[in-house]
Structure formats: structure tokens, C-alpha cells
Write a new protein. Structure first.
Lengths: 513, 315, 335
């Protein structure tokens, strides 16, 4: 196979950070080349340079033997290089077709748009993707997964020869991932080179031909995907061995119940959900996208109103109408979208930790006791192992894992003894993941009651003392944690649709029981 | 559906409340007054005079004016809504006479008598004009200023605006009188503060900074005059002669306290009263004079309690 | 149920525009109809041809300004200078026609060009200097207010030497064709401007990028859209429309009033939001805006006809703005 792209000696500095140190990368026609590395390793920066979004300080990019000058996204597009961004970059108020062809709309004279041709072309692309989607539907009304497919359709429409995919499966369910992979195989067959960035190790084996590993802005190694063990790849990424301890399920059956919900209902999203959570226990929530797990968490936390149901904290019925009530009852919620809901990104670590407990730092006559806040923050930085130069570092400059620890510190300081983690390791790299896992286990040991919602089954299985599975708003079963529960058992419950309930009821009881 | 119904409810309720309010007075003679302003105490005093006349003659009077004296088009919209009600007569204080001519012609065609008030209307359509002679009044202010500063020194003017009739007349009346009769008095600055107290305060302070030896200020309307008083106070300046215009609680207080030497007062209550009275006469076909001078007075600490003066001052 | 029955035929006529949500306009339109019916029942003086024409006349300037503001607001920006820009272009027309004595077409071109140039300047300040629109146009508002006074010599400029000038706003072409319906030309101008703007928004690349910018500017940039240039184009277009408003108001008053204009931007923005356009950008329609402007002038005129005291007129208008926008939000939350 011939090489399409070669990047050599790429240097990039941002204020205070040496992001890329003589990085290199090459891509062949018709291959899927995975780019691996922890967050901050420089993969996204390197790919943004290839997509023309950043300009390198030094180094060269060679495309089919010719040096290539990329000044902006448009020049990369002209060269046949496209990128699908990690964060969705769609225009919610525009239709799918309008999004796909933004900047390249079929035009008639005087800048008039040819709307019919636009929709026709979009429909053609959807057909090649085997995607059932109306080109005229407003993107904002689509699910995240469908939006992701629109993003992919947009990239396909350019007929790029090089396509960069930055975590394209983050929002997709298994069926959609399978669809995406068959699209990628079609692209391979057409000779397109695909750069694939993902944190999901199992996907590499399924789709990648070669894997390039980066660490701290430097090139580490390139290995064939098929016959390299995942542990080897991880070791190269982290630069040290990562121990993956087996789950120990403690006996929590005699602990007092911390949280109990009865008959939770909210429209079509939550249908009669009841469960109990004991102190020191980690309860995992598994299910497909849209199964209602996040909705349950938000309802318990008072972020969305309930139609019916009762919430008991430490055996006492509480009325939770707003997050304020929930926090008062000792419930902390760590949203999957830390950037939007969990953190004040431009503020420093100290203030973010103190944010939910500012009242306790107020001194006469309304002054905030910065010293006490500093001491508290430094205490948590040490206790949770938050890697930050100081407590006055802006949170947005921390890595994903350390940001997550800051959020945890915030809720611990607020004395929350029931913690709900929604996708606790989304966007966090492998090394930091196991630290977060370790932290959750320790929190449970110290008596906190913990709910973990995760779309990654291995994560749920690794952490949970018990596993609650949801499907289409219903709690379809609670399985015991540990080695006895197999992935297939969870998938069975996760796909147990309401219409199927009656015929499989007996079977389910047997499994749950 | 809930919100929409509530919304409609609110709208119709408003309409009903308003409608019942009007229905009561429906068969009385109706005379709307379209003024140049509404919020200032001066205009509220004109309104009070008009209301007084309405009560006395048992007719219905409404009083409206735009938010600022620059909003010529809004005043015209008000005039056209007033005409739509087929009133017996109309009182009108034009912000810009020329812009109003088509509507005034329409009134004339419908035989609705137009009474101009305050600064009047540049046209022969109005039956009469009830107003103050602002040029003469400002000249009187200049004479008083000269006497109080000993016929020499620096003075400055803070005027409400440079485009309105009253602004121009009061400024020119004052300036011409000084130039003609008091050659040793120098007018160092004329600034415009939109009749806004705060803006006028800032203007006054900057003039004092630029001319520390200033001896007198003339504030050409209520807001300007109070602004001058505040500006002089905030600059901690003493021995500055302040002459104001119109009245109002703050200005009266400043005169009583001796901060302000005195002020020119028009007779706003009289303007409102005379306008309605003249309108009613015109409706009944009685003769009215072509110009009704509503008068002006100089007032200071010595005569502020004089019943004749007190009657034309407003709070 | 009644509501859906009425909704069906109306929705059909408005469904063409892809960005609308026919209901949104329906809500505003329904409000307008109810206000008209309510006022007609409350006073026989409301439903007179001359009064309806007066309402339309009163809408023309605010309506045109609101159309200009809509374009900018859809991009996620805001333009606080529309009012004083209108005044500035009127003053320029005055200078060209009255002081320099050029013929009418030159004055019209000068006014439109001035508006577009000032818009381009605002756009450049926002796109190139990266000054937030609120601040950039706030600054521009004050600059233009001052310049209008400076250039005019702080006094109104009259158009007495240009006898055909009132043609733009106060005369009536329609009245010449159909006697008895003398719709002033200013209103005709409003409808033409609104029609053109609506076409540009719905059918052209410029319009498409207005929505794209307001929806997700970064995404548009990453898609290779030259965001800065299009932004400047939108502000120029908006400025040009302000130039039209300047001509209409100058023609109506037969003078350029240099002290006028501040405060008009808020009326325009109010009309835009009543019409259902999102201040966050990405969503909005010209038809909604025109209806919003009509609601405001019908309301004001109706309350005057009912002789409601002026201080209460203001209270009612403010309440209606809040209620209208709240109702719109409720509808969206449900959808």
C-alpha cells in the first residue's frame, strides 16, 4: 500500500506547553491507522495540524511525495483531508442536509440556494450509509447518536482521501458502532486513509490495521493492531505498567440503606423505577443510550421534575424539587458533561472545590476566608492526588481525570454521602481511569453510597457491587457484581423491551433472583 | 394551551378595563392635549392646569407626550391617534411644526379647532397660541444675572437641548441680552444636557474645572438647573450665582437654601388651563385672541411665598 | 381543539420556511388578530381606514429597523446602533439634498451607501477586532448620535428644496391605483424590505450563513465558511436597511432630526423578540418580526384610542413583551 500522508518533525508550542516535540505520523491509502495516547499526549493537536486548524511551529507534511502547506481548514479540505471532531460541531438550528453542505451549498445565480439539489445529495449520502434519516430534519431535534451520524455523513460528502475521526463512537450504541465500522470498511475499500482516535481498546482490534502511540507530545511507537496485546499498547501509552485489579465485592448486605427510591415515574423516560442503595456500596447502572439511566439520576438529584415516586434518604422520605434540595439531603451528582455542568472552567481549583460550600467560608462581614479555602483545597489535592501546579491553577488547564477529581472533591467537601457518577471516565485516559476507579472503591470503603452510570460495560462490571440494568425507561433487573455475571446477561436485560416482558418474565426472575 | 389562554385573558382584560374607563365619559366634550413631554414636573403641571379646567367646565381631557423632545415621529403618531377619536378640539405643542402640518391640515378639514400651547406651532392653522415669551423671559434672567455678579465676569449656560424651540429661545434670549447690554460679561461655555439632571451635573462640574473663576450659571430648564445646583455643590464651589428656570421641589428648596439665587418661572398650570379654556371657546364658536400670553415671573427667596408667585410654582 | 382547527390552513401557508416553526408565527399572528378585534369592540374609532393607515404608518420605521435587527440577531449578534444609524443616514441625505442640492436619486444612494458602510464598519470591528457585538454597536450608537449632531449643525435639516422627497414615505402609490386605500409609501417600503430580507434569509447563501453563525459559529468556521467576511456582509446589509429607514423617517417628517434615534433600537429589538426570534441566535423569521412590530403599534394606538393614561400605556406594553416571549418559550419547551 502506498503512503498518502507523512508528517515529520512536527513542533507545536502553546503558551506554557510544549504540545508536540518532533512528532511524526504516516498514513497509507486504504488503512485504518489508530492514534493512541493519554489525554494531553498530543494526538488531537497533531490531527488538528493535519486538518489545518493549527499551524505547526516546525516540521513538514508531505502528501504523496509533495510538501503540503496547510493554512486553514479550507486548504486541508481542498487537499482532501477531513476531520470529524470529538465535540459535535453541528448547527442545531439547521437541517441535516444544510449542515452537511454548509459552505458548499449548491447555488443558482445571485447567491440563491438550490434547496432541492441540496436535499437530494444529502439523501444520496444517507443511502450509501444505510442510514434512515430525513435530510430536512432539524439537527437539534435528533439524538446525539444521530447527530454523530450527520457529522459522519458530512465528512463523507467531501469524498476525502484522508479522514480523521476523533472519538467517533463516544455517543454511539453497539448497533450504530457496527454501522459505522461497515462504513469505514467501505472507505478502506475505496482507498481512503482513515486516522482513528479512540480510548476504547476493544475497538482497535475490530477496526484498526496499525496503531501509533504517542506520549507527552512525542512519538513512541507504531505497531500492527492485530498481533499486539492491548496490555502492551497501554504500557507504551502510560509509560508504566497499569495494574488492573480484580473486583472485590464486599458484603454490604448488613449496612444501613442510604438511598431508596420507590415508583419513580417521569413521562416516557422513567417508568416505575425502584431500587435501594446501601452505604459502602457501588451500584452500577447499565443500559443502551436512551435507556433512562441519566434521567433517573437527574430526577433523584432534582434537576428534572418527577411525575410520581418517593425518595428516601437514610430511611426518611425527602422532598427533592431542585438540585438545592438534593444537595441539602447529601446527594451529589457528577454530570457526564463536566465542562458544562460540573465545573466553572475559568475559575481556579480552589474556588471550584469550595463552590458548593462557600457558605462555610464566609467570615464577617461577608468576606470569604481565602486562607481556609486554600487549606481545604490543598488537603483535597493531596488526598485525591489531583495533579495541578497549585490550587490557583485554572481548572480548564487540567486534564480530564484531574478535572473529575476536582468535582469529586467539591462534593466530598459538601458532605455528600450519596454520590452519583454519570460516565465518570468519559474523555479520561487509561492511566487516569484506573486512578478514578481506585478512588471510587476507596470512597465506597469509607462508607459513601455510590451510583455509577456508564455506557462502557467493562467499566460497569469492573466497579459495581451490584448492576442495575435499564431498558426504555424501565429497570429490567439488578444483577450481582463480580465474575458470576457475564456481559451477555447484562445485554439481555438491556434489550428486554416492554413487549417482550411477559414472555420472558419467568426467565428474568430466575436470573435476577 | 394554558399559557395562550392566560395571555389572551390578559389582553382582553386590559381592553375591558380601559373600555369601561372611557365609556363613562363618552358623551362629554372631548379635548386631547398632545404635549412635548410627559414625565417632567413642568409637563405634569401643565396637565394639572388642563385637568383643573376639565373639571371646572365638565369636559373630558387627555394629556400625552413623547418620552424625549427628540421623538418627533412618536408625537405625530400620538396626534394621529387623537384625531382618530374625532375630538371637539385639540391642544398641540409641536416638537417640529413642519412635520405635523399634514395632520393639522386634516384637523382643519374636519373642522377640529387646534390650540397651540407652550412653544406653539409655526403655522396659521392654530386658532390661538398659549405660551410663554421665552426670549423675553431669558433676557430677564440675563439682567438678574448681571446685577448679581456686578456686571462683569465669566458665566456659562447649561441648556436642555439645541434643537427645540424653548432651548433655542432661552439660550438666544439670554446670550443676546448679555452681549447687547453687558460687554464686561463673558459667556465662556454653552453645553447641552438633554434636561437630564445627572448629565447636567457632570457638565457643570467640567465647566467649573475648566474655568475655576466662573461667577454664574444659567440652567435653562428644570433638569438643567437642578443639575447645575448639584454640580456646584459637588465641586464644593461657593460664590457662584445660579439662575434657574421653571420650578419643582428641588429648585424651590435650592432657592430657600440660598444655593440658587433665583429662577424664572413660567406659568405651566396657566398654560394648561388657558389651552383648554381657549379650546372650549373655539368649540362653542366664541372669539379667541390670536395669542394668549401666559406670563413669566422672576422669583427668589424674597417673594417665593408671595401668593401670586406660589400659585404658579409646582412641586 | 379550536386552535388546531384554525392552525391547519395557516400552517400550510407558512410551512415553506424551513427555520420557522409555523406555530411561533401563528402565536404572534393570533395575538395581533385578538388585539385588533379587542380594540375594535372597545372603541368604534379604532377600525377606521384613517386610523388603520396611521397604525401602518407608525409601524413602517420601527418595522424596517426591526428587520435590520433581525438579520443581526439571527447571527447571534445584536445591533444597538440601528436607531442612531437611521438618523445618521437621514442627516446624510439632508446634507446631500438640501445643503449640496443634488437630485433625489443621489440622496437615496448616499443614504443607503452610508448605512451599508457604517454597517460594514461595525461588522469589521466585531469580526476583525473581536469586540463583542453589544459593545461594538453600543460604541457605534454613540458615535453616530454625536456625528449626526455635528454634521447637521445640531439643527434639523429640512427637505423643502426637494419637493419629491415626501414621495418616499407619505404619498401613496397604492392610493393612486385604488382610490380609498391610500396606504402610505413608507408602508409599501416596509413590505418590500421585509419581502426581500425574507427571501435573502430563506433562499440565499447569505441567509443560510446567518443561521449557521447564530447556531454554531465555530462549527461554521471549521466547515470552511469564511465567518468574518459573512459577518461583515450581514452587518452591511443590516446597515443598508437602516439607511432605508432613515429615508422613510426623513421623508415622513420632511426633515432630518439629528437628535432623534436613541431608544429606537430597543423598540426594534422588542418587535424582533415578540416575533419569536431568539436573542441567542440561530432562529427567527422576518414575518414574525413584522408581526411583532405591528403588535407594538396596534397596542400603542389602541391604548391611545381608549384614552388610557400614558403612564399605564407603558406598563401594558412592557407586560405584553414579557408575556409574549414567555408564551413563546412555553410553546418551545412543550415541542
Amino acid at each position: 500500500m502506498k503512503t498518502i500522508i507523512e508528517m515529520k518533525g512536527i513542533e507545536k508550542r502553546f503558551p506554557g506547553v510544549h504540545a508536540l516535540k518532533s512528532a511524526r505520523f504516516d498514513l497509507r491509502a486504504g488503512e485504518v491507522h489508530a492514534l493512541m495516547g493519554e489525554n494531553g499526549a498530543g494526538k488531537s493537536t497533531l490531527m488538528k495540524i493535519l486538518a489545518g486548524i493549527y499551524r505547526p511551529d516546525a516540521g513538514e507534511i508531505i502528501m504523496e511525495g509533495e510538501p503540503l502547506e496547510l493554512t486553514d481548514p479550507r486548504s486541508a479540505q481542498t487537499a482532501g483531508i477531513g476531520i470529524i471532531h470529538q465535540e459535535l460541531s453541528l448547527m442545531n438550528d439547521l437541517t441535516a442536509a444544510q449542515n452537511i453542505f454548509i459552505g458548499r451549498e449548491p447555488r443558482k445565480s445571485f447567491g440563491r440556494l438550490d434547496e432541492r439539489l441540496l436535499n437530494q445529495q444529502a439523501a444520496d449520502i444517507f443511502k450509501t450509509m444505510r442510514l434512515k434519516l430525513d435530510p430536512q430534519v432539524t439537527v437539534g431535534s435528533l439524538t446525539i447518536a444521530k447527530q454523530q451520524m450527520v457529522e459522519i455523513a458530512k465528512a463523507l460528502s467531501y469524498q476525502f482521501r484522508v479522514l480523521i475521526m476523533d472519538e467517533p463512537t463516544a455517543a454511539l450504541n453497539d448497533a450504530e458502532i457496527a454501522d459505522l465500522f461497515s462504513i469505514i470498511r467501505d472507505l478502506k475499500a475505496q482507498g481512503v486513509g482513515v486516522v482513528y482516535i479512540s480510548h476504547k481498546m476493544d475497538e482497535l482490534k475490530r477496526i484498526a490495521d496499525r496503531v501509533t502511540i504517542m506520549r507527552d507530545g512525542e512519538y513512541v511507537d507504531t505497531v500492527p493492531a492485530a498481533d499486539t496485546p492491548i496490555s502492551t499498547i497501554i504500557t507504551k501509552m502510560v509509560g508504566r505498567e497499569v495494574k488492573d485489579e480484580a473486583l472485590q465485592v464486599p458484603d454490604t448486605s448488613n449496612n444501613p440503606i442510604a438511598l431508596e427510591v420507590k415508583g419513580l415515574r417521569r413521562g416516557r423516560e422513567i417508568k416505575d423505577v425502584s431500587f435501594a442503595l446501601r452505604q459502602g456500596e457501588i451500584l452500577g447502572f447499565a443500559g443502551l443510550m436512551g435507556a433512562g439511566r441519566t434521567e433517573v439520576a437527574r430526577a433523584i438529584f432534582g434537576a428534572d421534575p418527577l411525575d410520581a415516586g418517593e425518595i428516601l434518604v437514610h430511611g426518611k422520605s425527602v422532598s427533592i424539587r431542585s438540585p438545592h434540595d438534593a444537595v441539602g439531603a447529601g446527594i451529589g451528582y457528577l454530570s457526564e458533561d463536566r465542562k458544562h455542568f460540573g465545573l466553572a472552567l475559568p475559575m481556579d481549583v480552589r474556588n471550584n472545590i469550595a463552590l458548593a460550600s462557600l457558605k462555610s467560608f464566609i467570615r464577617f462581614p461577608g468576606r470569604l476566608d481565602e486562607n481556609a479555602m486554600k487549606k481545604t483545597a490543598e488537603g483535597y489535592i493531596q488526598r485525591l492526588g489531583i495533579r495541578t501546579p497549585s490550587d490557583t491553577q485554572e481548572v480548564k488547564l487540567l486534564s480530564g481525570g484531574n478535572q473529575q477529581k476536582v468535582v469529586i472533591a467539591k462534593w466530598l467537601l459538601r458532605n455528600c454521602d450519596i454520590l452519583i457518577f454519570d460516565e465518570p471516565t468519559r474523555g479520561i485516559d487509561v492511566g487516569a481511569k484506573s486512578e478514578i476507579y481506585q478512588l471510587l472503591v476507596e470512597l465506597a470503603k469509607s462508607g459513601k453510597a455510590i451510583i455509577v452510570i456508564s455506557s462502557e460495560l467493562p467499566e460497569v462490571m469492573r466497579l459495581s457491587h451490584r448492576i442495575a440494568v435499564m431498558c426504555e425507561g424501565r429497570l429490567t433487573g439488578i444483577l450481582p457484581g463480580g465474575a458470576t455475571t457475564r456481559q451477555e446477561d447484562i445485554m439481555h436485560l438491556a434489550t428486554l423491551r416492554e413487549s417482550m416482558v411477559i414472555e420472558t418474565e419467568t426467565e428474568m426472575q430466575r436470573r435476577v433472583g | 394551551m394554558f399559557t395562550r389562554r392566560t395571555f389572551l385573558g390578559a389582553v382582553s382584560a386590559t381592553a375591558v378595563v380601559a373600555a369601561t374607563g372611557v365609556a363613562k365619559a363618552a358623551d362629554k366634550i372631548y379635548i386631547p392635549l398632545i404635549s412635548k413631554g410627559f414625565q417632567h414636573q413642568f409637563w405634569q403641571a401643565v396637565k394639572a392646569g388642563a385637568d383643573k379646567a376639565a373639571k371646572e367646565f365638565d369636559i373630558q381631557v387627555t394629556f400625552e407626550g413623547p418620552d424625549t423632545e427628540a421623538q418627533v415621529d412618536k408625537q405625530i403618531d400620538m396626534l394621529s391617534a387623537a384625531l382618530a377619536k374625532h375630538p371637539a378640539a385639540i391642544g398641540f405643542a409641536a416638537l417640529d411644526s413642519k412635520a405635523a402640518i399634514p395632520l393639522l391640515k386634516k384637523a382643519q378639514a374636519e373642522k377640529i379647532p387646534v390650540i397651540a400651547f407652550d412653544s406653539g406651532v409655526d403655522s396659521d392653522i392654530p386658532v390661538t397660541t398659549c405660551s410663554t415669551d421665552n426670549v423675553a423671559a431669558a433676557a430677564l434672567a440675563a439682567d438678574k444675572m448681571a446685577a448679581l455678579i456686578g456686571n462683569e465676569g465669566k458665566v456659562a449656560l447649561v441648556v436642555h437641548d439645541q434643537t427645540s424651540r424653548t432651548g433655542i429661545d432661552r439660550r438666544d434670549g439670554f446670550v443676546k441680552q448679555i452681549k447687547a447690554k453687558y460687554p464686561k460679561i463673558e459667556i465662556v461655555d454653552i453645553q447641552y444636557g438633554a434636561g437630564d439632571q445627572l448629565q447636567s451635573t457632570e457638565i457643570t462640574k467640567s465647566i467649573i474645572t475648566a474655568h475655576p473663576d466662573i461667577k454664574g450659571f444659567f440652567g435653562a430648564n428644570e433638569g438643567s438647573a437642578i443639575g447645575v445646583v448639584n454640580g456646584v455643590k459637588e465641586s464644593k464651589k461657593s460664590n457662584v450665582v445660579i439662575i434657574g428656570y421653571d420650578s419643582g421641589k428641588a429648585q424651590k428648596q435650592a432657592i430657600m437654601d440660598g444655593v440658587m439665587a433665583g429662577a424664572i418661572t413660567q406659568n405651566p398650570v396657566g398654560i394648561g388651563y388657558e389651552t383648554v379654556k381657549a379650546a372650549l371657546a373655539a368649540v362653542k364658536g366664541q372669539p379667541v385672541e390670536k395669542h394668549i400670553d401666559t406670563g413669566f415671573y422672576w422669583y427668589d427667596k424674597s417673594n417665593i411665598a408671595d401668593p401670586k408667585i406660589a400659585a404658579v410654582l409646582y412641586d | 381543539m379550536t386552535n388546531t382547527d384554525i392552525a391547519a390552513p395557516m400552517a400550510a401557508t407558512t410551512a415553506k420556511s424551513r427555520f420557522s416553526g409555523a406555530q411561533q408565527k401563528l402565536l404572534a399572528f393570533g395575538t395581533l388578530i385578538i388585539l385588533v378585534i379587542g380594540f375594535s369592540l372597545a372603541s368604534p374609532n379604532f377600525m377606521q381606514t384613517s386610523n388603520i393607515l396611521a397604525i401602518l404608518q407608525a409601524t413602517s420605521v420601527n418595522g424596517i429597523l426591526a428587520v435590520a435587527a433581525t438579520l443581526v440577531i439571527i447571527t447571534g449578534g445584536i445591533d444597538l446602533s440601528v436607531g442612531t444609524l437611521m438618523t445618521f443616514t437621514a442627516v446624510i441625505a439632508g446634507v446631500v439634498l438640501t445643503y449640496w442640492g443634488f437630485p433625489l436619486p443621489i440622496g437615496i444612494i448616499a443614504s443607503l451607501l452610508t448605512g451599508a458602510l457604517v454597517g460594514l464598519t461595525s461588522g469589521a470591528i466585531i469580526a476583525k477586532m473581536k469586540i463583542p457585538p453589544f459593545i461594538a454597536t453600543l460604541g457605534m450608537m454613540l458615535i453616530l448620535k454625536g456625528l449626526s449632531l455635528v454634521i447637521s449643525g445640531t439643527k434639523p435639516i429640512y427637505f423643502n428644496d426637494t419637493p419629491s422627497f415626501p414621495l418616499i414615505s407619505t404619498e401613496s402609490f397604492i392610493g393612486d391605483l385604488i382610490p380609498g386605500v391610500p396606504v402610505p409609501n413608507g408602508v409599501l417600503v416596509l413590505f418590500i424590505v421585509a419581502g426581500l430580507a425574507s427571501y435573502i434569509l430563506g433562499r440565499t447563501v447569505l441567509g443560510r450563513y446567518c443561521f449557521a453563525l447564530g447556531s454554531n459559529e465555530e462549527a461554521a468556521r471549521l466547515s470552511g465558511v469564511s465567518v468574518d467576511n459573512w459577518k461583515m456582509a450581514v452587518y452591511s446589509l443590516s446597515g443598508g436597511i437602516c439607511g432605508i429607514a432613515g429615508l422613510v423617517i426623513a421623508s415622513r417628517l420632511n426633515s432630518a432630526q439629528p437628535a432623534l434615534g436613541q431608544g429606537y433600537e430597543l423598540d426594534a429589538i422588542a418587535a424582533v423578540v415578540i416575533g419569536g426570534t431568539s436573542l441567542a441566535g440561530g432562529r427567527g423569521t422576518i414575518l414574525g418580526t413584522v408581526i411583532g412590530a405591528l403588535i407594538m403599534s396596534v397596542l400603542l394606538n389602541g391604548l391611545r384610542i381608549l384614552s388610557m393614561p400614558q403612564e399605564w400605556q407603558t406598563v401594558v406594553t412592557g407586560s405584553i413583551i414579557i408575556i409574549a416571549v414567555y408564551a413563546d418559550m412555553m410553546r418551545k419547551r412543550k415541542a
